[in-house]
Design a protein around this ligand. Structure first.
Ligand SMILES: *[C@@H]1O[C@H](CO)[C@@H](O)[C@H](O)[C@H]1NC(C)=O
Ligand SMILES: *[C@@H]1O[C@H](CO)[C@@H](O)[C@H](O)[C@H]1NC(C)=O
Ligand SMILES: *[C@@H]1O[C@H](CO)[C@@H](O)[C@H](O)[C@H]1NC(C)=O
Ligand SMILES: *[C@@H]1O[C@H](CO)[C@@H](O)[C@H](O)[C@H]1NC(C)=O
Ligand SMILES: *[C@@H]1O[C@H](CO)[C@@H](O)[C@H](O)[C@H]1NC(C)=O
Ligand SMILES: *[C@@H]1O[C@H](CO)[C@@H](O)[C@H](O)[C@H]1NC(C)=O
Length: 367
């Protein structure tokens, strides 16, 4: 048989799959937010689109005990059962959140910390979950040694049996940020960089919530810090191992109130946020279809406007660009906040979970 280009391609694809199954570089994380206004039925989700799922959230209490948010709803156990039925390879993690600055206090006190470590292990064993994600927003300068010590303790406690990840801010070295990146990168399996919330109601002008690249009107500061590409490079520059880095993709957008409806580009003067301040992809697809939509080619993200309302968001095209970027830059992968904000049932777009499906296709697609 004369080898055709297609045959070569399939052999190549097969080899790459085998390789990637071994090196485990591909990562698609998704947060399941138990506190969302519009709760997604777990059985409506296709868990085959993810490699890791984070249950949000578990509160860390001031005495080192743990509280599963919305535990009475039974999501924790339902997720486990549904995973075993539909995608046994999926890793299930608990995402830990701060409660009244509890992290800082618990990790500074040896007894509280020891209590916390014991409770963490019991929580994982009790629920047959695969690991934890520290979503501490944010450690301060005085916490940084304790934070790294906590990561070291968790890694040694987990002894490769459980996964340890953290969600971190887009700017690694910020005024008072308690990150010692070269140390963090040693102990964490995956670092979820929250590459979103760059522009919003707090900005003086319109701007993309999560631009992949800068815009030509950006100030020097904005160019160096307020886009996804800059964040990835900034994290690498201060010592992060890029094979552990994941880029965050928001399934939501942010609204602005234009100062002048006739001035509706990027960096148009704004008078703060609109109402509501943020919108899920589902809400945007359902209620903003009569807005004018602009693809911002420079920043590889879309925005919409009508009259005084301006909104920045992510769509199928921009999430595909970000997932490709993660592959091109040889990062670990991407994660999304949050999977329930997608058009889960496909009622608006005709595809179930269109954003997550696009991400899965892009991350696993081999050309
Ligand atoms: C996600 O991508 C992988 C690789 O192409 C594929 O095996 C899997 O079926 C996809 N998941 C879904 C639910 O389509
Ligand atoms: C939060 O912590 C502060 C300082 O420890 C304490 O005064 C306050 O009562 C706590 N608030 C709540 C809601 O627990
Ligand atoms: C683990 O399960 C036991 C028995 O149901 C329960 O008493 C304990 O509070 C659980 N601990 C954690 C941390 O979930
Ligand atoms: C907004 O504009 C004011 C006045 O020019 C300036 O002082 C402030 O720093 C600006 N804020 C931001 C977030 O750019
Ligand atoms: C991404 O950031 C790197 C590092 O700053 C820079 O060299 C590169 O030009 C940026 N890419 C784009 C398209 O802006
Ligand atoms: C634009 O918004 C203003 C203020 O909300 C309102 O008074 C006006 O009627 C709107 N114009 C159009 C064309 O909808």
């Amino acid at each position: 048989m004369v080898p055709t280009k297609n045959n070569f391609n399939s052999i190549f694809v097969l080899l790459l799959y085998t390789f990637c199954a071994i090196c485990e570089t591909k990562y698609i994380g998704g947060y399941y937010w138990s506190g969302s206004n519009k709760i997604t039925k777990i059985s409506d989700l296709n868990l085959g689109l993810l490699t890791h799922l984070f249950y949000a959230f578990v509160e860390v209490n001031i005495d080192g005990s743990l509280t599963i948010q919305n535990q009475e709803q039974g999501f924790v156990d339902e997720l486990l059962k549904y995973k075993l039925k539909t995608n046994p390879d999926l890793k299930l993690l608990f995402s830990f959140t701060n409660k009244n600055d509890s992290f800082s206090k618990v990790i500074a006190d040896p007894d509280l910390k020891s209590n916390f470590l014991t409770n963490t292990l019991t929580l994982l064993q009790n629920n047959s979950y695969d690991g934890i994600d520290l979503d501490w927003e944010f450690p301060k300068d005085e916490d940084k040694e304790n934070y790294v010590a906590l990561l070291r303790d968790l890694q040694s406690l987990f002894n490769s049996k459980y996964i340890l990840t953290a969600a971190v801010r887009a700017i690694p070295i910020y005024k008072n940020t308690g990150y010692i990146v070269p140390e963090m990168t040693k102990y964490l399996d995956i670092i979820n960089i929250m590459t979103y919330d760059y522009f919003g109601s707090w900005s003086n002008t319109t701007g993309q919530n999560s631009p992949l690249y800068p815009c030509s009107l950006d100030s020097a500061y904005e160019r160096e810090y307020l886009n996804v590409n800059a964040s990835i490079f900034n994290w690498i520059k201060v010592g992060a191992d890029k094979t552990k880095l994941a880029l965050g993709i928001p399934f939501y957008g942010r609204t602005f109130t234009l100062a002048d409806p006739d001035n509706h580009g990027i960096h148009a003067p704004s008078k703060g946020g609109g109402s509501p301040l943020s919108l899920t992809f589902y809400q945007i697809a359902s209620s903003y279809s009569n807005y004018i939509t602009v693809w911002n080619d420079e920043q590889q993200t879309p925005y919409k406007y009508k009259n005084y309302t301006w909104l920045s968001y992510d769509d199928e095209r921009s999430v595909a660009r970000k997932a490709s970027y993660a592959v091109e830059q040889e990062l670990r992968g991407v994660f999304v906040w949050h999977i329930g904000a997608d058009d889960v049932m496909g009622t608006l777009t005709g595809t179930k979970q269109p954003l997550l499906t696009t991400i899965n296709e892009t991350i696993f697609q081999i050309n």
